[in-house]
Design a protein around this ligand. Structure first.
Ligand code: ACO
Length: 429
């Protein structure tokens, strides 16, 4: 068996051997296939990169058929149960688990970079009273590039490390302040006595009390949710970070692009749609009729199905368990019963079984966020805070990858050619 592909171009009768490396062929090799020297080479048409690998990456592994997700080789289940978000962030960015000394230094660095310049505060105060928190987050992260102009030195490893620490550290501050602004409440400064997630909760919910102490079960559950969202290989927002980063711009601008991608309803917004759906179903007795409507193609069962996972999304299993922990503190979200019954019925129904439709990460996460008093606009902000180490790990890998070039896809031109321009004064005469 040879690791190559033999392609016969029926236009010319010529055959080509294209090497296969790591289960892929190079699109550039197909470019050598042409009908004449002055004709363009064969291109690959793949809107949405459905079957195109854009990079080599050692950050995250997914096997969608088996329902496996691993960060740097470690199964998500083990990380969610036994690690912390900051340790996972270290793992994603550095590629290895930290020693005790490395972990302590990492936590210290991140903790002491949680404050933002006072001008960032006045900048954020300038948003309209009803500004969407995700738009505020995206703009504020982009604005950080103006506060740290040295971030343009992306080939300096020490400099990259500094910006990575700053961004992971400041994201909860910016996220919490976006929330407070929308609520008309004063911004709460970071409390460096608190851990990463406890500090975030303090900046979100502290009012007149001296110290805000969140319930440890809530802190743990939110920390776990951050771990589950920390990376997901070449998803839409990671691809946006890489695409913009490939121009060698600073990492704040690249991550702001990632936040923009995540903002969209096809990426970060499905959990809100799940809540709307559960609320509309309302009671368990309405579930069978709803399922029939889904099967008849009238609508989709939101929170079910995934482009990559054709098995139970491993993150959904862990979130289900986190629901129990959160509801022990907040009281059960009445929509949970409907969600569980919906899942039970769908998993036994041939329509869903045959199409390999299982709950995805969004099926239960909205229920937790709602129980924690977050309005739906904040759901994607929480996602963005969790995803930041993943974006930065992807970016850090990109800028050191010698094979990477500026992202610049080809197109198949379908427009007119060679028209003759008539000035407006003559056309409109
Ligand atoms: N409910 C009912 N039927 C579904 C669902 C669903 N949620 N998802 C897919 N199907 C059906 C399709 O109708 C199609 O059936 P057919 O073969 O009879 O036409 C088949 O399953 C395959 O569906 P596709 O749309 O081709 O699958 P694709 O991989 O393109 O879509 C997606 C994946 C967008 C996630 C889809 O499953 C969906 O819309 N789910 C609901 C929205 C959702 O939960 N999104 C969150 C994803 S997780 C995340 O982004 C963080």
């Amino acid at each position: 068996m040879t690791d190559s592909l033999t392609v016969r171009d029926n236009r010319t009768g010529q055959e080509y051997d294209v090497p296969i490396v790591d289960g892929a062929i190079k699109a550039a090799d197909l470019g050598k296939i042409r009908t004449a020297d002055d004709e363009p080479g064969l291109a690959v048409y793949d809107p949405g990169f459905v079957n195109t690998a854009s990079c080599r990456s050692a950050v995250t592994f997914i096997d969608g058929d088996k329902g496996i997700l691993e960060y740097r080789g470690y199964p998500i289940e083990q990380l969610a149960e036994k690690s912390t978000f900051l340790e996972v962030a270290y793992l994603l960015v550095h590629g290895e688990l930290p020693t005790k000394a490395e972990y302590e230094a990492w936590v210290h660095e991140i903790t002491f970079h949680t404050f933002v310049h006072e001008n960032v505060k006045s900048f954020m105060e300038g948003f309209r009273y009803d500004a969407h928190p995700m738009g505020m987050l995206m703009a504020s992260v982009g604005a950080l590039s103006t506060f740290y102009p040295d971030a343009v030195h992306i080939s300096d490893a020490e400099n990259r490390h500094m910006q990575i620490v700053r961004m992971i550290a400041k994201m909860p501050t910016l996220g919490a302040w976006s929330f407070r602004h929308a609520q008309g409440k004063p911004f709460v400064y970071p409390d460096n006595e608190l851990g990463y997630t406890a500090n975030f909760l303090s900046m979100l919910f502290k009012m007149s009390e001296q110290n805000y102490v969140a319930d440890p079960r809530i802190v743990k559950a939110l920390d776990t949710l951050f771990i589950l969202h920390a990376d997901h290989e070449q998803n839409c927002s990671a691809n946006a970070v890489r695409s913009v980063g490939s121009s060698q711009v600073d990492p704040y601008s690249s991550v702001a692009a990632g936040i923009g991608a995540l903002y969209g309803p096809l990426h970060g917004g499905a959990n809100e749609a799940v809540l709307r759906m559960l609320r509309r179903i309302g009671t368990k007795d309405k579930i069978p009729a709803f399922i029939e409507g889904v099967k008849a193609g009238e609508e989709r069962l939101m929170g079910f199905g995934h482009r990559v996972y054709k098995n139970y999304d491993p993150r959904a299993k862990i979130i289900k368990k986190a629901c129990d922990d959160v509801f022990e503190v907040t009281g059960v979200n009445p929509l949970l019963e409907i969600a569980q019954e919906l899942e039970r019925i769908a998993l036994e129904d041939e329509y869903f079984v045959k199409r390999k439709l299982y709950p995805n990460v969004d099926f239960y996460s909205g229920l937790i966020y709602e129980a924690l008093q977050f309005p739906p606009e904040m759901f994607t902000v929480l996602f963005a805070i969790g995803r930041t180490p993943g974006w930065l790990a992807q970016w850090n890998e990109l800028v050191q990858d010698k094979e990477q070039k500026i992202a610049r896809p080809k197109q198949i031109y379908t427009g007119e050619r060679g028209l003759t321009f008539t000035p407006a004064s003559e056309r409109w005469a």
